[in-house]
Structures are given as structure tokens and as C-alpha cells.
Design a protein around this ligand. Structure first.
Ligand code: ATR
Length: 278
């Protein structure tokens, strides 16, 4: 890495066209007056290793990696954070001065920070959580909820075997509940999270009544397009606390930006508006 080049970062994925990460990081670069750039890099799986290995030579301080590279990249890292190892995937890579490659996963961190910022005082340790979905996002979220002290996680997924696999990996506090009877699992919950793509523009809505949930429960949807999903509408109509999904994206970017550009960036309303703008 050379000091006489502009610091670069970017996001590698395939397909990649719709990533909002460049808007996020470019907003921060402009705000903190940092000369540098954050670039979208569409890289096919077969080219991933060659492209990835060339990045430090080109001046990249690090990158985000997204689908389908989040698992593959662990193999190329020289150091993997505990949370990335636990989740089995990384989203934030730093090319260090000494040539080492550090792989971290900040999705769970982004999830927790979003809930803490949107619902001050909330803690996963307040009570059981109902988590819908058992894909990649769910892994990061289940792991984060456990690390924040959730006493129990009730996990429902359309394909039950995926939920069972995840529960088997994360141990006794994660209990699989039936997708078709998810409402039975609302009794006494402190937190409800949708990690599926249901409710996203072009997808069917998530159909769930929150009637059986305590009024004090916090409801979160990781879908942020649209921002106000059917699940959040349902929470709002019952006057429950809810937090939308865009903050998870904003907060997950903070550790990477700080590692690459040397400034701990802030999440505020202006950033939110810039990232959400059409
Ligand atoms: P991500 O990395 O965003 O979590 P993923 O790994 O593809 O993406 O997981 C998508 C999640 O949404 C899964 O839990 C999936 O359920 P299945 O495991 O049964 O596929 C869930 N999902 C997607 N479409 C769904 C639908 N129409 N009904 C119920 N769940 C759905």
C-alpha cells in the first residue's frame, strides 16, 4: 500500500447494480472531507480470488463483500474475527499495512446498533425474541441477539430444516418454532424480527398478527424497501415500538469506514435521507 495514492474502498458482489453502500460511504467521505473513493465492483464468482488479490495493489484499504462472496472470502483472509467465524461469513475486509487480510462481519453489530439507536434502552436480554427466517441475515442476527444476552430465540422458517440447522449450530437458547404457527410464539416476547424477504417490494407481504405479543415488545424488519413494511404497519397500528430496517445498513458500514479512512463516522438523519434518496 502506498501513501501517495488516494485511499479506496468498495463493494464486491454479483450482481451488484443496486447496492446502496457507495452512497453511504461517499456521503461520509464528503462529510469528513476525505479525499478517496468507494467504488462498486461487479465480480463474478470465478474471478473473485484474482480480483480480490489485486485490490491492495490498486490502493484499496479494504472492501465490503456481498452475495455471493461472503463465505468464499473467509478462505482468503489471514485473520477472521470471532463474530465472522461464528456466522461463517464476512462482509467487511481490511487490507492491513503488514499485508495481512482481516475479515469481519458487521451485520450483527449493525442490527444491534440500529435497535439501540431506534429504541433507546432496548436490550436483547429483556426477554425472548421471535426471529423469522433462517438465511444469511438471520445467522448474523441470531448470533448478535445471543451475544447481547437474549434468554431465548424462537426461530421460524418456511423451510423448517434450515431453522433446525441454525439452531443446532447456535445451541440450546435457539428453539425452532413452526412457520405456520409463528403467532403462538409471540407470548411474552421482547423482540420480533423479520429477516426474510417477505414484505419487500415485489414480494408477498409477511402475514402475521401481533395480537399475542406484549405491548412492550420491539418490532424490527430488516426489509427497508419499502421502509414501512406490512409488519411495521401492524406494529404501529397496535401502538407497539418498532424500528425500520435501513439503520442496519447504515450502522454495519461504520467499522469498515473507520478502519479504511481513519474516522469513526456518525449515523444521522442526513445520512439516512442521502442513502434512501431515489
Ligand atoms: P438473506 O441472506 O437475505 O437472509 P437468504 O439466505 O436467501 O437471504 O434467506 C432468505 C430468507 O427468506 C429465508 O429464510 C427464506 O425462507 P426459506 O429458507 O424457506 O427459503 C425466506 N423467504 C424468502 N421468500 C419467502 C416466502 N415467500 N415465504 C417465506 N419465507 C421466505
Amino acid at each position: 500500500m502506498s501513501a501517495n495514492r488516494l485511499p479506496l474502498a468498495g463493494v464486491l458482489g454479483w450482481p451488484i447494480a443496486h447496492s446502496r453502500s457507495p452512497r453511504l460511504h461517499r456521503h461520509w467521505l464528503a462529510r469528513y472531507g476525505i479525499e478517496g473513493d468507494y467504488i462498486t465492483l461487479g465480480v463474478e464468482p470465478r474471478d473473485f480470488e484474482a480480483a480480490f488479490r489485486a485490490l491492495p495493489l490498486l490502493g484499496f484499504r479494504g472492501v465490503n463483500v456481498t452475495i455471493p462472496h461472503k463465505e468464499t472470502v473467509l478462505r482468503l483472509a489471514t485473520k477472521v474475527s470471532d463474530r465472522a467465524a461464528l456466522i461463517g461469513a464476512a462482509n467487511t475486509i481490511t487490507f492491513r499495512e503488514d499485508g495481512s487480510i482481516y475479515a469481519d462481519n458487521t451485520d450483527g453489530y449493525g442490527f444491534l446498533e440500529n435497535l439501540r439507536a431506534g429504541a433507546p434502552g432496548w436490550k436483547a436480554s429483556e426477554g425472548p425474541a421471535l426471529v423469522l427466517g433462517a438465511g444469511g441475515a438471520s445467522r448474523a442476527i441470531v448470533s448478535a441477539l445471543l451475544s447481547d444476552g437474549a434468554p431465548e430465540i424462537r426461530l421460524a422458517n418456511r423451510t423448517r430444516s434450515r431453522a433446525e440447522f441454525l439452531a443446532g449450530e447456535f445451541g440450546g437458547r435457539v428453539k425452532v418454532v413452526d412457520w405456520l404457527h409463528m403467532e403462538d410464539a409471540l407470548d411474552g416476547v421482547a423482540t420480533v424480527v423479520n429477516t426474510t424477504s417477505l414484505g419487500m417490494t415485489g414480494q408477498p407481504p409477511l402475514q402475521i398478527s401481533l395480537k399475542r405479543a406484549p405491548k412492550t415488545a420491539l418490532v424490527n424488519d430488516i426489509v427497508y424497501s419499502p421502509l414501512m413494511t406490512p409488519l411495521l404497519e401492524e406494529a404501529q397500528s397496535r401502538r407497539m415500538r418498532w424500528v425500520d430496517g435501513i439503520g442496519m445498513l447504515l450502522h454495519q458500514g461504520r467499522p469498515g469506514f473507520e478502519a479504511w479512512f481513519g474516522v469513526a463516522p456518525e449515523v444521522d438523519a442526513e445520512l439516512r435521507a442521502a442513502v434512501l434518496a431515489e
